[in-house]
Design a protein around this ligand. Structure first.
Ligand SMILES: [Zn+2]
Length: 630
């Protein structure tokens, strides 16, 4: 998972990850659970759901919707969105049901139970914060029920019987015939209604885990399918106002995934990978949690529709690359907590540094390794992760945080898995290269772990660090003990020194408000009620290139008059500006009006940054080359 928040100047990115133990004690255990969703019978924004489990012999059965889903590290409570829950006997009479908690129903005369019926409300509508730090599902794990779009994260609609988690599921989805539908779940065929207005698609899932692992999207979608090597990529885009198309982002996805495949080499075995991209238009009922959630063969992504084409492409690379790399971990390398995931009372692995940190590190590192970006851009990413991690608790044990991630003070430090977690990955990568004369890397270590364990075999959470130490080097073991289990902040300079990097100054990307760091480029005259460019603005390459001068009064931004009263809002809006976007600005200089009408280009400013040390030794340079280029 990756949360991608943009809060005033502080551009932040977060992401998430997580299976079921069998127990056969009932007749119903032998039958597939027949389930259905009818999108043509939506009432009050609610989808009717039917669950037919076959006949139970047990007196009491428990049915649940997930409290927590895999890949997220927060409580979702999908049961909260269920209404009119009914248990019916074979004559259609209602049986007694006890609602134990938000997500749990107990049926006492279970031997008489024919089926369950209920309605599900979507989560996008009620979101206040997109599930970031709140009691709502993170948007990419959420559900949408809208006239022309359905985000079917099936764990939001379909639950499980405690005793039947390993049963097969048959799922029928009925929808208007005009709908485009995409799903990676095995399709067993389709059937038209007699009048031709609706179509029922029948799907099959091996067990409940596959229900949660295979989202679907239905409605007014735009879909592109293409091959990257031997993987079929299916890119489904929902852009409510038709701003973006799958075709316009295809090239970006192709180039990125080709590079990712080259980077991973032989580790990946997926035949098809689905990207479900929902573009939020910011309306009241639109999803607010920007980012994505990983699945074994797909990802659900939520990003703003207002992005420019280039801005959207950059966000896709940032977010989807991360999700795809989850194929390595936790999908192929994970602990028992993940493998036998309990959707109601999950336990959490100690190793978020690996699931999220190493994944995020790969998502950045492959870009420089495969030549998509220059080393300087990679160094800048490292520096910004260090800066952000220093604003979080840098002296908290990562393994303790990870095991207790639903609780404070750990929950609010979760974001650090993408910051310090990635930096932990970087340090181990450098150590692996150093100890092996450049031959082994973090990726080769992860491949060895993947070969040893894989999708079907979990590792022992408590002994992973010892195991990694045995498979690698004492220095890697000591690093993990001290900085990952332990609470000692990492001295990154030590690692930079190994690869001949040092602190210096260089042009670093910035936004349109600052000239590096916290140097704001505006000043205000309270008496005259005017806002003007300060001398700092000339240090911002974009504004300098527009010929602005210190003291130029800013009258209008994109047509909107700028005043002290609305400065917060107008300048705040400028934080979201993206390369490629058209902007206008009206200035006043010595009584004359000056118009700026242009397309935004990348702004840079001279800042303290990580640079290549001119005095680096050949050994340092060789290690740097091995680290960055293999
Ligand atoms: Zn993730």
């Amino acid at each position: 998972m990756k949360n991608y928040l943009a809060i005033l100047g502080l551009s932040i990115i977060l992401v998430g990850c997580g299976s079921a133990k069998p127990k056969v004690d009932d007749l119903a255990a032998n039958n597939p659970i027949e389930t259905s969703l009818d999108l043509t019978a939506v009432e009050d924004d609610k989808v009717p759901v039917t669950i037919n489990p076959g006949r139970f012999t047990a007196e009491t059965v428990t049915y649940r919707l997930p409290r927590v889903v895999q890949g997220t590290y927060s409580v979702s409570d999908f049961g909260k969105y269920v209404d009119d829950f009914k248990a019916l006997d074979y004559d259609g009479n209602e049986l007694e049901v006890a609602r134990v908690d938000d997500n749990t129903w107990t049926i006492t005369e279970a031997s008489k139970l024919d089926k369950l019926q209920y309605y599900v409300n979507d989560t996008f509508d009620i979101e206040t914060n997109g599930g970031i730090g709140g009691e709502q599902p993170f948007s990419p794990a959420g559900t949408n029920i809208e006239e022309d779009n359905y985000v079917l994260n099936l764990h939001g609609f379909i639950g499980y019987f405690d005793s039947l988690k390993n049963n097969q599921y048959a799922l029928d989805v009925t929808a208007p015939a005009t709908f485009v539908r995409t799903s990676a779940l095995e399709n067993k065929g389709t059937k038209s209604s007699p009048d031709g207005t609706s179509i029922t698609s029948s799907y099959f899932a091996q067990r409940y885990f596959d229900i949660t692992d295979n989202p679907m999207m239905y409605g007014k979608l735009d879909v592109e399918e293409f091959m990257v090597g031997d993987i079929k990529i299916v890119l489904s885009v929902y852009s409510p106002n038709g701003v973006h198309t799958a075709a316009s982002q295809k090239e970006t996805v192709y180039k990125m995934m080709q590079a990712q495949k080259d980077y991973l080499g032989d580790i990946n075995s997926t035949a098809r990978y689905d990207i479900y991209l929902y573009l939020s238009d910011g309306s009241e009922t639109a999803p607010k949690g920007m980012g994505a959630l990983e699945h074994h063969t797909s990802t659900v992504v939520v990003l703003p529709e207002s992005s420019s084409k280039e801005g959207l492409a950059a966000s896709i690379v940032d977010v989807v690359a991360h999700e795809f790399f989850h194929i390595v971990t936790p999908l192929s390398v994970h602990s028992e907590d993940v493998h036998y995931f309990d959707y109601n009372e999950p336990t959490f692995s100690k190793h978020l540094w690996m699931y999220e940190g190493v994944t995020e590190y790969f998502a950045q590192h492959f870009q420089v390794y495969e030549g998509l970006i220059e080393p300087n851009a990679f160094y800048n990413t490292i520096m910004s992760k260090i800066a952000t991690s220093k604003n979080l608790d840098d002296a908290m044990s990562f393994t303790i945080m990870s095991e207790n991630i639903l609780e404070e003070p750990y929950a609010s430090q979760y974001y650090n898995v993408y910051m310090k977690g990635a930096l932990i990955g970087m340090c181990i990568d450098i150590l692996m290269r150093k100890e092996s004369d450049g031959n082994r890397s973090l990726l080769s270590l992860m491949k060895e772990l993947s070969a040893k364990y894989g999708k079907e075999k979990p590792f022992n959470d408590d002994t992973l660090i010892e195991e990694i130490t045995e498979m690698s080097y004492l220095s890697v073991g000591a690093f993990l003990k001290t900085y990952v289990e332990g609470d000692v902040p990492i001295n990154y300079d030590e690692f930079f020194d190994m690869v001949g990097l040092t602190m210096g100054e260089s042009e670093v990307p910035t936004n349109y408000i600052f000239a590096g760091g916290q140097n704001i480029i505006f000043d205000a005259d309270q008496e005259k009620g005017q806002i003007f460019f300060s001398p700092v603005a000339l240090k911002n390459s974009f504004w300098a290139s527009q010929g602005i001068q210190a003291g130029d009064i800013i009258k209008r931004v994109n047509g909107a008059e700028l005043s002290l009263q609305n400065a917060q809002q107008v300048v705040g809006g400028m934080f979201a500006w993206q390369v490629g976007q058209d902007i206008t600005m009206e200035l006043e200089r010595n009584g004359e009006t000056i118009m700026i009408e242009t397309k935004l280009t990348q702004a840079t400013a001279k800042s303290k940054s990580l640079v290549e040390d001119e005095n680096a030794t050949d050994a340092q340079k060789a290690l740097r080359a091995a680290w960055l280029k293999g």
